[in-house]
Design a protein around this ligand. Structure first.
Ligand code: SF4
Length: 372
């Protein structure tokens, strides 16, 4: 079994953002040390010890104290070998020099910085804890320590955002020159402050046509700055694409550890218990934190192969499809592919099938066509 990647979840945040539906809790008064104990116990049970990529995400991993970060990272280093990419998510105001030194000393070689926007007012609307000064302070820390492989996370289509804000963000990207940019459209998820405000008629977001124009500008602006697009929302300088995220888009196997995380192993996906206290108690009482295991049929695997693979600009690899499923992609999806090619939504060559630029703009519509 090819198993190259491990995801580790830290579900704590110093403030809850108004749009967030990730598995997270306010860190204040939480049993963080007990959580790390349970997480270490879960990680100890993983049999594979060498990974191409490890990604520590959240929540916000940098919400942990220096000593908590140190304890977790000492354990990870003692237990696993990371051959390529060891990523850590960070919030700009939490990425102090001291914390960054700890990450660097323990081999973290890629930072994913949650900037979201460079507009201070919009940052407040999002409920973020940082402001523009914090962003530049964290970038200075990264430059000072020489950790140049960092990505910045941005969002567009925010409530109250103008097209000028997109231009402003592009100027900041040009000044900062990160190696990688993730730039997602805001999704309004149920059970968030934004969702409730929209439902109550107290907030509006731009309609689809404005969102599409902003997306086109994001693609065009970043490409002009020298960041080729390699996935619907991701852009990178050559050799700096996220190896870890490509595991997901290539529909390859990975482990997930921590509250609410999930993993994918041959024929099944597993889901861990989400609430922090429940996760800790169950680990202490039973030695396992898996809540649910779902068997994945070949039909579902094929569908996932298509709609995950099509997210990448390169697209779905035909040879890999045949190796995985024993059938040519055309024999399974021939009529769908013809129809979408005629509509200029996908394009194929001998090796790959990929979304066209127009297909990327209406990606979800295209993906649904591949459900068998
Ligand atoms: S910092 Fe990240 S995980 Fe935490 S609430 Fe905000 S968006 Fe969610």
């Amino acid at each position: 079994m090819k198993m190259d990647s491990l995801y580790i979840h830290i579900p704590f945040c110093n403030r809850i953002c108004t749009y967030c539906d990730f598995n997270k809790v306010l860190i204040k008064n939480q049993p963080v040390d007990e959580y790390i104990d349970a997480l270490i116990q879960e990680l100890s049970q993983i049999e594979i010890r060498t990974f191409k990529t490890i990604f520590v995400g959240g929540g916000t991993p940098t919400a942990l104290t220096v000593s908590q970060l140190d304890r977790l990272l000492v354990f990870i280093n003692k237990t696993f070998i990371v051959t390529h990419e060891f990523s850590f998510e960070a919030n700009p105001d939490e990425l102090t020099e001291e914390k960054l030194n700890v990450l660097n000393a323990h081999g973290v070689n890629r930072i994913s910085l949650g900037i979201q926007t460079f507009n201070n007012e919009l940052l407040k609307v999002l409920g973020r804890t940082h402001q523009l000064d914090d962003i530049y302070n964290s970038i200075n820390h990264l430059n000072k320590i020489g950790l140049s492989n960092y990505s910045i996370d941005l969002m567009y289509n925010l409530p109250g955002e103008s097209t000028g804000d997109i231009e402003d963000s592009l100027k900041h990207v040009e000044m900062i020159r990160p190696k990688h940019v993730s730039w997602y459209s805001l999704i309004i998820e149920p059970h968030t402050v934004f969702y409730n405000k929209i439902k109550a008629g107290k907030m509006k977001i731009a309609d689809d046509s404005i969102e599409q124009k902003k997306y086109e500008r994001v693609m065009e602006g970043l490409t002009a700055l020298g960041y080729p697009q390699y996935e619907i929302s991701n852009f990178a300088e050559e050799a700096f694409e996220s190896m870890h995220n490509k595991t997901y888009w290539k529909n390859e196997y990975y482990y997930g550890a921590g509250a609410g995380s999930h993993g994918y192993t041959p024929g099944r996906r597993y889901y861990n218990i989400k609430p922090v206290n429940h996760y800790i108690n169950t680990m202490n009482e039973t030695g396992s934190v898996v809540k649910e295991v779902i068997e994945i049929s070949d039909k579902e695997r094929m569908e996932e192969e298509m709609f995950l693979g099509l997210r990448m600009n390169k697209g779905v690899n035909k040879t890999r499809f045949k190796e995985k499923f024993g059938s040519d992609i055309e024999s399974v999806y021939g009529s769908v592919i013809n129809e979408l090619e005629n509509k200029n939504l996908i394009a194929g060559n001998d090796d790959y099938i990929a979304l066209t630029k127009h297909g990327r703009i209406v990606g979800n519509e295209v993906f649904s066509e591949f459900l068998l």
